[in-house]
Design a protein around this ligand. Structure first.
Ligand code: SF4
Length: 379
């Protein structure tokens, strides 16, 4: 096994501003006890952490994207982000120079968007991803406030605000077994809303090892007819919603360049929680319950550096086990040459192990999407 860490590869930092969320979605993987704590990472801590990142040999020379994610980022005041962006821009200019590209993204549930946030998003050119599961009957099944009412109306208002202000954004939809039964209503909603980019995230177990209610064969068949149908509808639609998963697989199939991070390669992205604990590989691994892997916390950036974490036995064990999983994929799966991510977090969530191949998530995001695209090309 080759376990080297390439310098200059870190292009994404997923940063948790707060664990707090104003929603209580059924499939959320962050424990409810954490999502009710209204506290934020201190500005001084952000500064300490990014001083280490900006001076790390792992940092990409091509720029860094900071994505606020996990917990609802818009639950923090705008002034909090103004302070952080100002502080990080100054620090970046001092340590890396004015021409180094630093960009900011937010993944939000969209319910708190208002005119003040819109001004902030425009001012700092924040990339926005908004979580929306489609039409109201699908969205409100799982995406609800703490008191139980659905969030669809508020999300729709947020989307309208983004559109009225010509802000380019993407939507991210969790695909549940119910969604698979309603491809027409699902994709027509995004066409009618003129959503430019859409990510499809198959629902995975909220806790490692939790069973899914549908067999893999049935899931493959239902996913195949779902994706075939949405592609068919999009082909005949005057408005084209760009589907992220189709684009990713098409790029692999036609060997075009890719700009996303690779979940099996360390330090192409890191995830940092509000206490400075951090992890690498799949973002969702950070905090996933695991005694063997210390909940995938490989260090704390208030005390450690990226380089010191890369020397620990824990990091090496995680890296080695993830690479063994890639080897299992290589020997068992016909889609190996197309599949790029081999998503370690999905393997762990489903099997509580890495040395396995197929997951529900890869059936949807790799196998079904590849089969639909090859079918379209007459292969
Ligand atoms: S499609 Fe699934 S099983 Fe196949 S290589 Fe990718 S992760 Fe592994």
């Amino acid at each position: 096994l080759c376990l080297s860490v390439a310098p200059g590869s870190l292009g994404f930092v997923l940063l948790q501003a707060s664990q707090f969320c104003n929603l209580n979605c059924d499939y959320c993987y962050i424990p409810a006890t954490e999502r009710t704590q209204y506290k934020f990472m201190a500005l001084e801590d952000v500064k300490t952490i990014f001083k280490k990142i900006f001076t790390s040999s792992f940092l990409s020379p091509d720029g860094l994207t900071i994505l606020w994610h996990a917990g609802e980022p818009l639950a923090a005041p705008i002034s909090y982000y103004e302070d952080i962006i100002g502080c990080l821009t100054d620090l970046k200019n001092e340590l890396l120079g004015i021409s180094y590209e630093l960009s900011f993204d937010m993944q939000t549930n969209g319910t708190l968007l208002n005119d003040a946030w819109i001004d902030f998003i425009k001012k700092h050119r924040i990339g926005i991803g908004i979580s929306c599961d489609g039409p109201q009957f699908l969205h409100d099944r799982n995406r609800r406030f703490w008191k139980g009412q659905g969030t669809f109306e508020q999300v729709l208002t947020g989307i309208q605000l983004l559109k009225e202000n010509n802000i380019d954004f993407g939507a991210l939809a969790v695909i549940t077994p119910e969604t698979l039964a309603h491809p027409d209503e699902f994709i027509q909603f995004f066409i009618d809303m003129k959503i430019p980019h859409l990510g499809l995230l198959p629902q995975t177990p909220a806790l490692p090892g939790q069973n899914m209610s549908i067999s893999k064969q049935e899931f493959y068949e239902k996913s195949l007819s779902f994706v075939r149908r949405i592609v068919q509808i999009l082909e005949h639609s005057s408005y084209k919603v760009g589907i992220r998963e189709l684009d990713i697989v098409a790029r692999e199939l036609f060997q075009q360049s890719h700009e996303y991070f690779i979940e099996t390669e360390p330090f192409t992205s890191i995830s940092i929680d509000i206490n400075g604990n951090f992890s690498t590989f799949s973002p969702d691994l950070l905090g996933a319950p695991s005694k063997k892997y210390n909940n995938f916390i490989i260090g704390n950036l208030l005390q450690d550096t990226l380089e010191s974490a890369a020397q620990t036995e824990l990091f090496k064990t995680i890296y080695q086990d993830i690479q063994r999983g890639v080897d299992v994929c290589r020997s068992e799966c016909d889609y190996f040459s197309i599949c790029r991510q081999h998503t370690p977090s999905d393997k762990y969530a489903e099997h509580v192990a890495f040395n396995v191949s197929e997951t529900y998530a890869c059936i949807f995001s790799q196998k079904v999407i590849t089969d639909v695209l090859l079918d379209k090309c007459g292969v």
